[in-house]
Design a protein around this ligand. Structure first.
Ligand code: PLP
Length: 427
């Protein structure tokens, strides 16, 4: 007899807080039992009960080539067979650092770490060390990992569970984080005119993907760039999600904004734990061993993760890769919007490269307030009925979705047919 998701969840809850190793996996906001996966291939994965799903989560972004891409698997196997960790430099680390600096002109130096959280935390410490200032600006609904300084009015799981600011973060730490409204140019101008000389850095998701998907307006990002330059603060673009996901030049290329520092993760690790932060040479040279800002990691630049990242980055450079990915993602969002309209459901959707947002409101949101006004109950019903149809969207109304290069017409058409059935029941 096969084991069920329910049985595994009950056992997990005995040993793992809430039965999960990252909160949104618990399905708490949508209700029901989380699904335990045992295998993935291409655009699909299978749970322990043998049911298959078309996957629009892609491990929350990294799997841009789909599950178990044979070239990535081979690269990982080859690297592992030569040794899983050395705690010393390797040529492959140099190769990926060179590649990242070549693909992203704003990176003059880059350091590898193991998670987006680590990258964000290190970039903030570096910005404070470089400027000698303590205050940072972030935006409500943006998530930059679970570092204390950044877990203030955050998005993603923190927002999903209604605790955007975590317990356990000292008031003194949170007090140095100024939280402003996303896309609010006047708010940023007012804060800089009052406190500009105290601000070490502004950190922002150039396309926010942790309060569902909200695009920054060009004017917003341009204002951040101008004010940071004027006040000698650093602009940190969090491209953990958007990096090599919205296009080969990342969001900074799409918007034409050159940040002082960038944080990367997800796609650059090809599904293994790897992330990075990098940027201006004079700033990065403040890092140990060159400078006074300490930062380190036992598994930083891990050879197996680097191998997965290199192979993934090799593939995304194939000519036309992002054109096809964007086209498929657009086919999904346009298609979902048409079937919703046909069935009289209040709905909108939009895509940027291989990431997308679906909203149970008339138009795509441009602010945190607007996404909070969307119909969460309608999303939850949609999520569960689509799940029954074998379509796996993120289990939260506040997460972006992801399409991979393995998603083709077959998968998108199946999804749209399922959505038509679901919307016709007024999901
Ligand atoms: N920054 C952004 C924009 C993210 O979406 C995430 C994770 O979802 C992070 C940072 C943190 O990355 P990690 O989960 O690898 O720590």
């Amino acid at each position: 007899m096969t084991i069920t998701n329910q049985q595994l969840f009950e056992r997990s809850r005995q040993y793992i807080p809430g039965g999960v190793n990252s909160p949104v996996r618990a399905f708490k906001s949508v209700g029901g039992t989380p699904i335990f996966f045992q295998r993935g291939q291409g655009a699909c994965f299978w749970d322990v009960e043998g049911k298959s799903y078309i996957d629009y989560v892609g491990s929350w972004g990294p799997l841009i080539l789909g599950h178990a891409h044979p070239d990535v698997v081979r690269a990982v196997q080859d690297a592992a067979s030569r040794g899983t960790s050395f705690g010393a430099p390797t040529a492959a680390e140099l190769e990926i650092a060179e590649l990242l600096c070549r693909l992203l002109p704003s990176l003059e130096l880059v350091r590898l770490v193991s998670s987006g959280t680590e990258a964000g935390m290190s970039a903030i410490r570096l910005a404070r060390g470089y400027t000698g200032r303590n205050r940072i600006i972030k935006f409500e609904g943006c998530y930059h990992g679970h570092d204390d300084a950044l877990l203030v009015k955050a998005g993603s799981g923190a927002l999903t569970f209604g605790h955007p600011s975590s317990a356990g973060v000292p008031a003194e730490t949170a007090g140095n984080t100024l939280v402003l409204n996303y896309n609010d140019v006047a708010g940023v101008e007012a804060t800089f005119s009052k406190l500009g000389s105290e601000i070490a850095a502004v950190i922002v998701e150039p396309v926010a993907g942790n309060m569902n998907l909200i695009k920054a307006t060009p004017q917003f990002l341009e204002t951040l760039r101008t004010l940071c330059t004027k006040h000698s603060s650093l602009l940190i673009l969090d491209e953990v999600m958007t990096g090599f996901r919205v296009g080969l030049e990342c969001a900074q290329g799409l918007y034409g904004i050159r940040p002082d520092l960038t944080i990367l993760g997800k796609v650059i690790g090809g599904g293994l734990p790897m992330a990075a932060f990098g940027g201006r040479r004079d700033v990065m040279e403040c890092l140990a061993p060159l400078g006074p800002v300490y930062q380190a990691g036992t598994l930083s630049g891990n050879p197996v993760a680097v191998a997965a990242g290199l192979e993934t980055l090799r593939q995304v450079q194939t000519p036309g890769f992002f054109d096809k990915l964007s086209m498929m993602t657009r086919k999904l969002t346009d298609g979902l919007t048409s079937v919703a309209i046909k069935n009289g459901v209040v709905f909108s959707a939009q895509a940027v490269g291989g990431m997308f947002g679906i909203y149970f409101r008339k138009t795509p949101p441009v602010s945190f307030t607007e996404i909070m006004e969307s119909d969460r109950d309608a999303f939850n019903r949609f999520f569960h009925t689509m799940l029954k149809e074998g379509i796996y969207f993120a289990p939260s109304a506040f997460e972006a979705g992801f399409v991979s290069a393995a998603h083709g017409d077959v998968e998108i058409d199946k999804t749209l047919e399922a959505a038509d059935r679901v919307f016709s029941q007024k999901a």
